[in-house]
Design a protein around this ligand. Structure first.
Ligand code: C2E
Ligand code: MG
Ligand code: MG
Length: 718
């Protein structure tokens, strides 16, 4: 507050002598002084500058003191007017004072009295100015606080000792939809959700002992209008975190008097939503929104406890989409995901309220049917599901057919614990896969052993792939006239850390069912080609590599590209390779298969039909395919010793192959007798233990370098 040191005075009088004496008096008292001779001049001075005090004569010719005061009022000039006048009528005086003159001094004035009056006026002015500044500051700070309180992201409130609102900020309006004046005077229970009243009573309790510590609780507040709260808070409430502090006054006897509470309430919607999502994620599969394994287990446990008490039954199903991997691999993950969602949706339509369907793996689901009367009920649901999936799915322009295999385990018949039920349903499901898919099957005790082995096999296979436990062995294919090794057939083995070398017949089936064959197969193709490359580098340039392919590998959309890539990568020619496929593959999806095989054979890759004679392919099919070689299955070769009619088949196959100008290889040649018989019939190449068992890479290479069959006794035998 800066009070001016030297107040400025304007002295107005029409008499020069009067003016001068006033001036001298004021200057002597250290005032800054300006004089105006008459009303006109006073107005001119007032226009120029500001004066704290004006000593004003009333009666002036031309422009009176009254007119000067009019001017001051009109222009809102801030100056304190002290009238110094010879007029003594009460009228004149009261008129002047009514016009807010500070005082009225009669002429002739007593200097002391005048000075005293001026001094008082100056002091009052300075006081007034200070107050005004304080007042303005207070007003500004009040505005600021009000602004802060109202724009707070939290609700700010005050309750009286009865628990009724005495203040709320704007936030409550935005958040809950109430108007402020709707709430003022109302009891807080009007907006607290009834289930949380207990909590509210606790925080607003007037018999509080410790006033300094705010109490924090979580509450739900009711919104004024329906639909205001986020959709998933079914109660139409907003969750808040509330802190409340007591307000106390002092009573006459010095005791504390409870006046009410004030505090803030923070909107927790976002945090609650985040918690909800995290919670949901912990117990659900995000793709299908179905419960996950953890939630399924919870529900199953609960259902088991209830069922044990009620003596009822329940069923657990294990569902697995057939060959779903193929969809994923051929059409891509996005398509696969969409299909899974669509399938989940349809599955859900088959269920009753209270059933739990969970997604527990890529294409695996478990289903809990609590409170059923017997297997018939479970069977009915299984049938319903299989039926429901018969209609095609339309995903991204593809028409997709999905089939499913369902294993069922009943409580208490097939197990009384959660784990036993799930495991046995899984085992039953696996048995269907072995039988040809798209069916349901109840668990039976004899499934156990076979299936357990299968299950652990699958698990181990996945690990084997990562740990690179697969190896290739190579079995020579020998020219039956020259004894030259023309090709090696790559045969996969699994070097199991505990069980030793496992043959493909033990694991290829499971690898195919699980789709793992795609990765294993790709590894085999690469390994076979890199081995061949190393042999070529060792001077064995005219050796061919033969390898087996599963249907699933050939059906994969990238099959041809992969083959071509790998061939290029190892700088091989297509002619160096022969792929062995089975008749089954050809029968599955003729056009597609033919297409792919044609592309490969255009690159020079040779195509052989493996195990020929065991399948159902007719000659007419064979003619449409770009085939180079028929491999006679060893079942027919085995018959050669017995000189029965079966040899007719070998004869017929050889004759047919020669007619079609196909190369022919006999498999499983074990005896010299078989060798001679086959050679005499015109079978050009042979493979079997007679020559060699499948050999590890190093041994195979040594055999190739040794050329043991050329000019051997065997070749000269007849
Ligand atoms: P395959 O392609 O017909 O292979 C010939 C099988 O006959 C091999 O069994 C071989 O060891 C066996 N064998 C060869 N000579 C004789 C013989 O003189 N007497 C007898 N009794 N057996 C003989 P292996 O290696 O156990 O392979 C079995 C089948 O597994 C193969 O039949 C083939 O279908 C499949 N397989 C092997 N390797 C692969 C592979 O890399 N990928 C795929 N998809 N399947 C493979
Ligand atoms: Mg083969
Ligand atoms: Mg074979």
């Amino acid at each position: 507050m800066i009070a001016r040191e030297e107040p400025t005075l304007l002295l107005v009088d029409d008499e020069p002598r009067m003016l001068k004496s006033l001036r001298d008096l004021m200057i002597a008292s250290n005032y800054q002084v300006i004089t105006a001779l008459g009303g006109q001049e006073a107005v001119a001075r007032l226009k120029e500058s500001a004066f704290d005090i004006m000593l004003l004569d009333l009666k002036m010719p031309g422009f009176s003191g009254h007119q000067v005061m009019d001017f001051v009022e009109e222009k809102g000039i801030d100056t304190t007017v002290i009238v110094v006048s010879g007029e003594t009528s009460f009228d004149a005086m009261s008129q002047v004072l009514r016009r807010r003159a500070y005082d009225y001094i009669k002429k002739p004035y007593a200097p002391d009295e005048l000075l005293h009056t001026v001094e008082n006026a100056v002091q009052q002015r300075s006081l007034h100015r200070q107050n005004k500044e304080i007042y303005n500051k207070l007003k500004a700070s009040e505005r600021l606080h009000r602004y802060m309180v109202n724009s707070s992201p939290d609700i700010v409130y005050m309750l009286d000792d009865k628990g009724c609102f005495t203040f709320v900020n704007d936030r409550i309006v935005q958040l809950l939809g109430y108007q402020k004046d709707e709430l003022i005077g109302k009891h807080h229970s009007e907006i607290v959700y009834f289930e949380d009243m207990e909590q509210a009573r606790y925080v607003f309790n007037e018999r509080r002992t410790d006033d300094r510590v705010p109490r924090n609780v979580e509450l739900r507040l009711k919104c004024r209008d329906a639909d205001r709260a986020p959709k998933h808070f079914e109660t139409n409430t907003i969750p808040i975190e509330l802190s409340a502090t007591g307000i106390y006054g002092e009573e006459a006897d010095g005791k504390k008097q409870f006046l009410g509470t004030y505090g803030i309430a923070r909107d927790m919607t976002e945090r609650k939503e985040a918690e909800r999502t995290i919670n949901f994620q912990a117990y659900h599969d995000l793709l299908t929104q179905l419960p996950n394994r953890a939630l399924f287990k919870d529900r199953l446990n609960l259902a088991l406890a209830q069922t044990k008490r009620s003596g009822q039954r329940l069923a657990v199903m294990f569902l697995d989409l057939d060959r779903f991997k193929l969809v994923n691999d051929t059409l891509g993950h996005i398509c696969g995901d969409e299909l899974l969602q669509a399938v989940s949706h349809r599955l859900r339509e088959c269920l009753r309220e209270g059933d739990t369907l969970a997604r527990v793996g890529g294409d695996e689901f478990t289903l809990l049917l609590p409170q059923i009367y017997g297997p018939e009920d479970a069977e009915a649901i299984a049938k319903k599901i299989i039926n429901k999936l018969k209609e095609p799915f339309y995903i991204e322009g593809h028409e997709l057919y999905v089939t499913i295999s369902i294993g069922i385990a009943m409580y208490p018949h097939d197990g009384t614990s959660m784990d036993a039920l799930v495991k046995n349903a899984d085992i039953a499901m696996y048995c269907i896969k072995g039988r040809g898919r798209n069916d349901y099957q109840f668990f039976t005790s004899d499934m156990n052993e076979v299936s357990i082995r299968r299950l652990s096999l699958e698990r181990d296979l996945r690990k084997a792939l990562e740990a690179e436990q697969f190896v290739l062995h190579f079995q020579p294919q020998v020219d039956s006239v020259s004894g030259k090794i023309v090709a090696m057939e790559a045969l996969v083995r699994w070097e199991h850390p505990d069980q030793g070398l496992i043959l493909p017949s033990e694991f290829i089936g499971v690898a195919e069912e699980t789709g793992l064959i795609l990765q294993i197969g790709e590894w085999i193709v690469r390994k076979a080609c890199s081995t061949l490359r190393s042999w070529h580098n060792a001077g064995l340039a005219d050796i061919r590599m033969a390898g087996n392919l599963s249907e699933i590998q050939v059906e994969h959309k990238d099959f041809v590209a992969l083959m071509i890539d790998v061939i290029k990568e190892h700088s091989l020619a297509g002619e160096n390779l022969e792929v062995e496929i089975t008749e089954n593959l050809i029968m599955q999806d003729m056009d597609n298969t033919i297409n792919k095989l044609v592309k490969l054979s255009e690159r020079g890759v040779k195509i052989a039909i493996d195990d020929f004679g065991t399948g159902y392919s007719s000659l007419s099919y064979l003619q449409r395919l770009p085939i180079h070689t028929l491999k006679i299955d060893r079942a027919f070769v085995r018959e050669i010793n017995n000189t029965t009619n079966e040899t007719c088949i070998v004869d017929a196959i050889i004759a047919m192959a020669r007619g079609m100008k196909l190369n022919i290889i006999a498999e499983g040649v074990e005896s010299e007798e078989q060798f001679i018989y086959l050679r005499n019939k015109g079978c050009a190449e042979m493979q079997g233990f007679l020559f060699s068992h499948p050999l590890a890479e190093g041994e195979a290479k040594r055999l190739l370098l040794q050329r043991p069959y050329e000019d051997s006794n065997l070749m000269n035998a007849s």
